[in-house]
Design a protein around this ligand. Structure first.
Ligand code: XLS
Ligand code: MG
Length: 341
């Protein structure tokens, strides 16, 4: 039995870098209704998804609001899967958060993250996600790459020390908003884990589109993390080529690539330790408001269809093709299976 999650930002108003919002917002309570209606149990949260206008509020107000959200989730049978500090929107993180060239801004990023750890505790999760959005450069000369990596390690150490229960899930991404990010892949992520004071508590969250943007195959990236027991969450979606981050519905661009992701998860017992099948998908801007969550429904459906495809896949035939080194035969075997032939 898989459990699914998505983030409240996945139901959005359709604004893009070239035009404004085209749909009215769903308020948080309406979004919670969608979670329940579509059978999603987990919520991926940023700190300010839980406490809007977080920078204007006192610590006491923030914790009080978080407590109220937690109680509402309990009533509805929903859980917070992750909490992530949104470190890329503040005017204090224009030059990056942990890697800003300004020591005051780096200190702000660490304080904001510690506060998000407290929010995570309040929300009943120890999954603390870091998507290192602005930890990179537009031009290489702007930051020192060695110092930058050291700053990230130092920030993680401070968070691990701050709370002995949390675990940090790094969500690597190679670019966007930056030209180049310092932690672009799961390999970088795991190497970083082993430089912290508690490698057992540092792992990864792999997003399909981020792997593709790095020119890598998502199922291989997931397999890499699984071999270290470090795949603690996923953000399934899809991506058409090396373009802007598209967050298309899962399987929408490349069914075979989606099949291979589901296969590596299913065959390695992903989910058995409580991991969620997370989605991070964007609805098309063209979609009318009252059906602006079909991308979530469809992605979940596709995941479950592909679980069936994995379970009904003829592995004995695969074994024979491999033994004969007939990878052309294997290629068609996979394609025909996906086509239902
Ligand atoms: C990036 C996401 C981001 C993270 C969590 O892919 O949209 O919000 O998933 O911070
Ligand atoms: Mg994501």
């Amino acid at each position: 039995m898989y459990r699914f999650s998505f983030g409240p930002w996945n139901i959005h108003e359709g604004a893009d870098p070239f035009g404004p919002a085209v749909r009215q917002s769903y308020d948080f309570q309406q979004k919670l209704a969608v979670y329940r209606e579509l059978g999603f149990e987990g919520i991926q949260f940023h700190d300010d998804d839980i406490v809007p206008d977080i920078e204007q509020k006192s610590y006491a107000e923030i914790m009080k609001e978080a407590g109220a959200v937690r109680r509402r989730l309990d009533e509805l049978g929903l859980v917070a899967e992750i909490v992530a500090p949104r470190l890329w929107e503040s005017e204090r993180t224009i030059d990056g958060a942990f890697t800003s060239n300004d020591a005051k801004e780096r200190a702000y990023a660490i304080e904001r993250s510690k506060q998000a750890v407290d929010i995570a505790r309040e929300m009943g999760t120890n999954n603390f996600v870091l998507w290192l959005a602005r930890e990179g450069t537009y031009i290489r000369e702007a930051k020192n790459p060695v110092d930058s990596v050291n700053y990230i390690v130092d920030a993680m150490n401070q968070l691990l020390e701050y709370d002995s229960n949390i675990r940090i899930l790094i969500e690597p991404k190679p670019n966007e908003p930056m030209d180049h990010a310092y932690i672009p892949t799961i390999g970088h992520t795991l190497a970083l884990a082993y430089r912290t004071i508690d490698p057992k508590r540092v792992g990864g969250l792999i997003e399909t589109a981020h792997c593709i943007l790095a020119g890598l195959d998502p199922s291989d990236e997931m397999g890499y993390a699984l071999s270290f027991d470090k795949l603690w969450s996923v953000h399934l979606n899809d991506q058409n080529g090396l373009k802007y981050d598209q967050d298309k519905s899962f399987g929408s661009d490349n069914l075979r690539r989606a099949f291979n992701q589901v296969r590596v998860l299913e065959e390695n017992g992903y989910g058995k330790n409580g991991e969620f099948v997370g989605l991070d998908v964007k609805v098309m801007r063209t979609q009318p408001r009252d059906i602006s969550y079909k991308h979530l429904e469809n992605s979940k459906k596709m995941f479950l269809h592909l679980v069936d495809k994995v379970r009904t896949y003829d592995k004995e035939a695969e074994r024979q093709f491999i033994a004969a080194r007939d990878y052309e035969g294997l290629d068609l075997h996979v394609l025909e299976h996906l086509m239902g032939r």
